[in-house]
Design a protein around this ligand. Structure first.
Ligand SMILES: *[C@@H]1O[C@H](CO)[C@@H](O)[C@H](O)[C@H]1NC(C)=O
Ligand SMILES: *[C@@H]1O[C@H](CO)[C@@H](O)[C@H](O)[C@H]1NC(C)=O
Length: 935
């Protein structure tokens, strides 16, 4: 009957003010007025309680009192983005200068050194340092090497006076070539140290030698991997390959005929993997296996080159593992196919548009092939052919050598597994030769990557914002300048330095960006370097792992509302500009949608392939109020014990002078304000605002304490809290830690609810999107510990503008809410039941009745089943949810998560990108979201 629906709607309109829904499900008739009455009584009670225990009215009043002395400014995104990008530019510029100094020094050292075949020379081997033999003497190359923990290097023990040397286990460390090269690179030590003095924000600096050793500053102790070997080979690293070679198209051709069985096939597979490891994002690849027929190891990539990103490389490795030998080798067709792919790519302007090569891996048995080269590659010899002769027999050495020599390639013989690495590396020399001869000293920047080589990174995964664990490296090739080598060009190695993206992104301070604003950085191919929505890790059991394609996430996969890719296109082109987009964002791990109008401001970073973007939310995000109090007055309140400031933000830069590193942000700020540390570099505007907020919010401390001392806090009301845009928080624990249910709430590990480097607290973000003064209620399920939170925004107004000043709230146990709710949700026992069939009087506690309290986003706040609390109501009772949606009380919102992974899929051919399409979409997961239609 229509009247009833109408009634129900009215009820919900009333309740919407309090952001609460009561859903009653029962077979029998329930008078809507009854539910309405229960709900409104409960709402009023709840509102009174949360207002009282949070102190929200007091804070709002205190803010009203200062309205005459504050200013509200509208942020100018265009000029901010310019300022921040200038800062980033000069920061990255100083890193480039450091790397250039390293390259010059390495080239000079080589120029003035004559090779000495009998050179005796001791150096510090990072695997052996501080190691004693059984007689108590230091082992060779393992002398005393003092190490000291250093905050600047993730608290690792390091030696900032000296670099040291890592050598992969398979490289012979007494080889005269290596000894001479290490001896030369000693000259870098002084440059490392002076670079670090000139720019204390520098992190690791290093030199990767083409002979295989790796010199790293500051010196560290290198721990072998679980197999007891140092597998790390700097020549396989992205920065090395990218700096040492130009982009390349590679076809790997592997012989899988019967003669390749056993050890030969094992060596061949290892060779393929090693070749794949030398490829990077700028390279293109395919793998062909041949016997008496030709077979693509990945049939889906048939006939094309695919980008050699991590994802595709790993995919090839899995497939290569499954290759089996059979039949008789017929090389001709496979060779034709390889030339065809490469020629087509070149003709169509696809692939790397630079070097092209075929890697032939065989034991040599082959029929006539000369005609293929005649047809496809001669006389220009545009495609180089490298041959790898596998096995001990040399019978076919002549023809494999002939192929390489007649196609500008390189012939190598690989007879054992241990030979693979060094022999594969040889081809890089050949491909870097054009660069060497032209002396292209191009500085390169790598894609974002996560460093898994250095120890300690695992722990960092758990404690820092995911997207900001990544880093980029800046690197530069080092060439021999000796006269006699100039003509054929010798690559000595690559120098480089790591730059944590966190340090870059810190230059756009969080408080300026506001509750929903953020900054991001992309490369010129659209890949993300830093973005708060980039999630490079996933959980497997208890372990956090990197997603295979974590560093090739395209901007349009994250900014998916940019459907026309206008933002992406402009940024990839390095343009400066702005653009406004209506977007659906989400908070609380993607559970709660927000409708925002975001203004994007972007500009390129000169001398780098990067583009910087910044987002301000229209409305509250762009309005910031500025207060002003005297330092004396502010300092008094800043030191009160319930107060904290965002530990991950930069109020003062404590990482420049080592003496400052021991200070917390609050300690540093206070010492600076007291004049005790005039050398500290502090953010004046932020400090001024922090002082002001400390003063305005000070009365809350007194208010909360008074409630507590007068014993007027009911059990179950556990914590009152507030936060301001300056990252200032005050926390009152009404309940002692023993009795508190929400023990983790607002502790340092509760990142979701704190001001961190990449987000505002959840309760802050939810409060600012709702009507100030109205509380927003929501359940929390923290690993099975459930509780609820009420939060509201407070504002200041001036000259007709209103800005959000902060958020305030209270956290309560479920017991507390339930007790209140069940007490209200029942009819008195003297209810007249004469003309009612079914249960009477009605009570939510009755087993015939299901009552739910559902929050604005459709999550269950209260239910008789504790299990339901915190769950999406659609999961608890899909049919009721469906009818609520039908009635228009909730609306379905679709958000897309392009970073979701299908973990079980064995074949992820769908993730293979077709050539030259930098953006691809795997829509692996669509979630359903619901929001309150009445908001
Ligand atoms: C080569 O090195 C050895 C040992 O370090 C040294 O004795 C010798 O003088 C060096 N030769 C030249 C030509 O410098
Ligand atoms: C803050 O107020 C003081 C006087 O109380 C004044 O000297 C100072 O310039 C003001 N600062 C700002 C940024 O308005």
């Amino acid at each position: 009957m229509q009247g009833r629906t109408l009634e129900f709607m009215k009820l919900l309109r009333i309740l919407a003010v309090f952001s609460l829904f009561v859903t009653v499900q029962a077979q029998m008739k329930i008078p809507p007025e009854t539910v309405q009455q229960w709900a409104s009584v409960f709402s009023v009670q709840l509102r009174e309680l949360t207002t009282k225990y949070s102190g929200s009215l007091l804070l709002q009043k205190k803010l009203k009192d200062v309205e005459s002395i504050i200013k509200i400014v509208e942020l100018d995104g265009d000029s901010l983005v310019k300022d921040y990008s200038d800062d980033i530019e000069s920061m990255l510029g100083s890193k480039m200068k450091s790397v250039k100094r390293l390259a010059e020094s390495a080239e000079d050292a080589d120029l003035y050194h004559d090779f000495n075949a009998t050179l005796q020379f001791d150096y510090y081997n990072s695997m052996l340092i501080n190691t004693l033999d059984e007689d108590g003497n230091y082992v060779a190359l393992g002398g005393e090497f003092p190490l000291e923990e250093n905050e600047h290097f993730n608290n690792m023990p390091v030696n900032t006076q000296q670099s040291n040397i890592q050598i992969p286990t398979n490289v012979y460390n007494k080889d005269p070539n290596i000894l001479n090269a290490i001896y030369n690179s000693e000259a870098l030590n002084d440059v490392f140290i002076s670079n670090f003095q000139k720019d204390p924000t520098l992190t690791w600096q290093y030199f990767g030698s083409s002979t295989g050793f790796f010199r790293i500053y500051p010196g560290i102790k290198w721990t072998p991997d679980s197999n007891g070997v140092a597998a790390f080979d700097c020549r396989n690293r992205n920065w090395y390959i990218q700096a040492a070679t130009s982009p390349k198209d590679i076809i790997i051709m592997v012989d899988i005929s019967g003669s390749m069985k056993g050890l030969k096939m094992t060596i061949a597979k290892h060779t393929i993997n090693t070749i794949l490891d030398t490829l990077g994002e700028n390279d293109f690849v395919n793998v062909i296996a041949y016997t008496d027929y030709v077979r693509y190891v990945e049939p889906c990539f048939r006939g094309t080159l695919v980008q050699a990103d991590l994802d595709n490389r790993e995919h090839f490795k899995v497939l290569v593992e499954d290759l089996h030998v059979k039949g008789e080798a017929k090389i001709k067709e496979a060779m034709k196919e390889s030339f065809r792919i490469l020629n087509e790519a070149r003709a169509n302007g696809q692939g790397s548009m630079c070097n092209q090569a075929i890697m032939l891996i065989t034991d040599g048995a082959m029929e006539d092939f000369e005609s293929v080269f005649e047809e496809f590659n001669w006389p220009e010899r545009r495609v180089r052919v490298f041959t790898y002769l596998i096995g001990r027999e040399m019978t076919f050495a002549q023809n494999t050598k002939w192929i390489a020599c007649n196609n500008k390639g390189y012939y190598t013989h690989i007879s054992t597994l241990a030979d693979v690495q060094e022999n594969v590396m040889e081809y890089l020399h050949v491909l870097s030769r054009p660069m060497v001869i032209n002396h292209d000293h191009d500085i390169i920047w790598t894609e974002a990557y996560m460093d898994t080589v250095l120890p300690n990174t695992k722990e960092l995964f758990a404690t820092k914002a995911q997207s900001l664990l990544l880093m980029t490296s800046v690197a530069m090739p080092v060439f021999s300048k000796k006269k006699e080598t100039l003509s054929h060009g010798i690559l000595l190695g690559v120098v480089g330095s790591d730059i944590p993206l966190m340090e870059v992104m810190k230059l756009a301070p969080r408080y300026m960006l506001g509750a929903h604003g953020y900054a991001f950085l992309i490369t010129n191919n659209g890949y993300i370097l830093a973005h708060p929505d980039l999630r490079p890790l996933y959980k497997e059991g208890k372990k956090l792992k990197m997603k295979p394609n974590y560093n090739s996430v395209d901007l349009s996969e994250v900014e998916w509302e940019d459907t026309e890719e206008l933002l992406r296109t402009a940024m990839v082109r390095g343009e400066t500009g702005s653009r406004s987009l209506s977007i659906r964002a989400s908070v609380d791990k993607g559970k709660r949608p927000l409708y925002l109008v975001n203004e994007y401001f972007y500009t390129n970073i000169d001398d780098t392939p990067f583009s910087f973007g910044m987002v301000l939310t229209k409305g509250q995000g762009k309005l910031m109020f500025v207060g002003n109090v005297s330092v004396e007055e502010g300092l008094h309140d800043l030191t009160s014990p319930d107060l904290s400031i965002a530990s991950e933000w930069t109020y003062c830069e404590t990482d420049i002078d080592p003496a400052h590193r021991k200070f917390t942000q609050l300690q540093a700020a206070i010492r600076y304000l007291l004049g005790k540390e005039p050398d500290l570099e502090c953010d004046e505007l932020l400090l001024q605002q922090t002082l002001f907020d400390a003063v305005v919010t000070a009365p809350l401390e007194a208010y909360w304490n008074a409630l507590m001392l007068n014993d007027r806090v009911e059990p179950g009301v556990e914590t009152a809290f507030l936060g301001t845009r300056a990252g200032l928080m005050r926390i009152m624990r009404y309940a002692g830690v023993e009795t508190r249910v929400a023990k983790n709430f607002l502790t340092p590990s509760d990142k979701l609810n704190l001001f961190t480097i990449d987000h505002f607290p959840l309760w802050y973000r939810l409060a600012v999107e709702n009507t100030p003064g109205n509380f927003y209620y929501y359940p929390i399920n923290d690993k099975g510990v459930k509780y609820s939170i009420a939060t509201t925004a407070v504002t200041v107004s001036s000259e007709g503008k209103t800005a959000v000043a902060g958020a305030i709230g209270v956290q309560m146990s479920l017991d507390f809410l339930e007790k209140r709710f069940w007490a209200i949700a029942k009819q008195p026992s003297d209810t007249d039941c004469s003309n009612i069939d079914g249960v009477c009087p009605l009570s939510c506690e009755s087993s015939d009745l299901n009552c739910f309290l559902v929050d604005n986003n459709g999550f269950t706040l209260l239910s008789k089943e504790r299990n339901d609390v915190g769950r999406f109501f659609g999961e608890v009772d899909g049919s009721v949810m469906a009818s609520l949606i039908k009635m228009g009380m909730f609306k379905k919102v679709s958000l897309f998560d392009y970073q979701a992974m299908c973990k079980n899929s064995h074949h992820h051919a769908s993730s293979a990108r077709p050539l030259l399409s930098p953006f691809y979409s795997i829509m692996a997961l669509t979630r359903w979201f619901f929001s309150n239609a009445l908001m």
